[in-house]
Design a protein around this ligand. Structure first.
Ligand code: ATP
Ligand code: MG
Length: 207
């Protein structure tokens, strides 16, 4: 499950955990994206975002953090990450990329979008405020790949798209950054360890 995680919050964490339980897999990994330095402000650096994800998953064995994008020398492109994971895990291992509905609606605009399903399966999770209304370009991309059978996500190495609804949590990192910038509390929207990290490092304050 990729993201900028700027910062990671309970929407991400609950989603990842519910999917781990639903698929009955040992672990779901969060993959913080490397964001070009000039795009970071008013967000936080890759190092801070990675540290926050690591704090957030530290006491949950069902969740992990994979720093391969942040450690890479180039900017983040999901297709390159999936190529790397495919290389590491071999051609028969199912790879499942988790994306929220908001991200999925723009999938056709991603770099080398038509190759994504040749490398991985895609599990789309509902996100409050985003309807499953697909534009023609997205429809063309996923046509023939959609299934309601979650077993296929674990049986096929790639090429399967599946949708899943979970506990709806209308939390976003944007909302959290805005609260902090306004001097308001973001408590209970994100783990206490992450909130403390933000406080200690004075993140998201522009004034
Ligand atoms: P921002 O507001 O900065 O865009 P965000 O809250 O959307 O932050 P991202 O890091 O952009 O967080 O999202 C990473 C992934 O997690 C995306 O696939 C996104 O759709 C999904 N996601 C984020 N928040 C939720 C949520 N509350 N429920 C379900 N999925 C979520
Ligand atoms: Mg987002």
């Amino acid at each position: 499950m990729g993201g900028t995680f700027d910062p990671i919050h309970h929407g991400h964490l609950r989603t990842a955990l519910e999917i781990q339980q639903w698929l009955n897999v040992p672990k779901v990994n969060l993959v913080p994206a490397k964001v070009p330095v000039h795009r970071e402000s008013p967000g936080s650096s890759a190092e801070h975002r990675l540290a926050m994800v690591q704090h957030a998953v530290a006491d949950e064995p069902a969740l992990g953090c994979n720093a391969l994008e942040i450690e890479s020398s180039h900017d983040s492109y999901t297709v390159l990450t999936l190529e790397k994971l495919r290389e590491q895990h071999g051609e028969d291992t199912p790879l499942i990329m988790i994306v929220g509905m908001d991200a999925f609606l723009k999938l056709h605009t991603w770099f080398r979008a038509s190759e994504l399903l040749t490398l991985a399966n895609i599990l789309v999770v509902a996100r409050p405020g985003y309807q499953a209304h697909f534009c023609d370009a997205l429809k063309a991309l996923v046509d023939g790949h959609i299934t309601a059978d979650k077993a296929l996500l674990l049986a096929r190495p790639q090429g399967v798209v599946c949708f899943h609804e979970l506990t709806p949590l209308a939390i976003s990192a944007t909302q959290i950054r805005n609260l902090i910038d306004d001097g308001l509390s973001a408590r209970y929207l994100l783990p206490e360890s992450v909130r403390r990290y933000i406080d200690d490092n004075q993140l998201y304050r522009t004034t």
